[in-house]
Design a binder for this molecule. Sequence first.
Ligand SMILES: [Zn+2]
Length: 180
Amino acid sequence: MKFKKKNFKRSFDGRIFLDIKKSWQENELEILNKMRQISGIDISSDKITCYIDHSTSHGYYGSRTIFLGIKNGTKNRIKMDDALMVISHELFHIYYWRELKKMGLTKSVPGTESKEEWKLAETAAFLLTCEPSLKKIWPSAEVYLYPEIKGVYNKVKKFWKKGDLDYFLVNSYKKIKKER
Ligand SMILES: [Zn+2]
């Protein structure tokens, strides 16, 4: 994974950028191995660029890009555990949508997905980042599920346990399609 700065001003502490990069590089191999084991898909960070963005507190993603917002009140800091968790969450989203496309389960792409599809994508990323083998890499991270997602989460979490993302997607799409 490549790292780049976004919206850093001269007055900001540049060490945070190096700290995050170093922390990711130290843990990347283990994180990717665990993500592959949990999902059954070949997740890699090659050709992915992570922008450390000083203008937002949110994480988001594009087709080959991850944005990690590190704005946090007046402190402009983010905990390393949270940084690792958010980068992994966004990286997973990229592969999640590639897998959906490959499987032909939807014509949607990020940005055009239905509300239910959005909830499902967040549920999957949440389930991934809660897995004990990953959670132990970011023990203090606040893994958070939006309240409006709980309904979908409760319906599909049983499909996650198999450790097979394709199985999860096929069965979850059946569930959410019925209710659209
Ligand atoms: Zn997400």
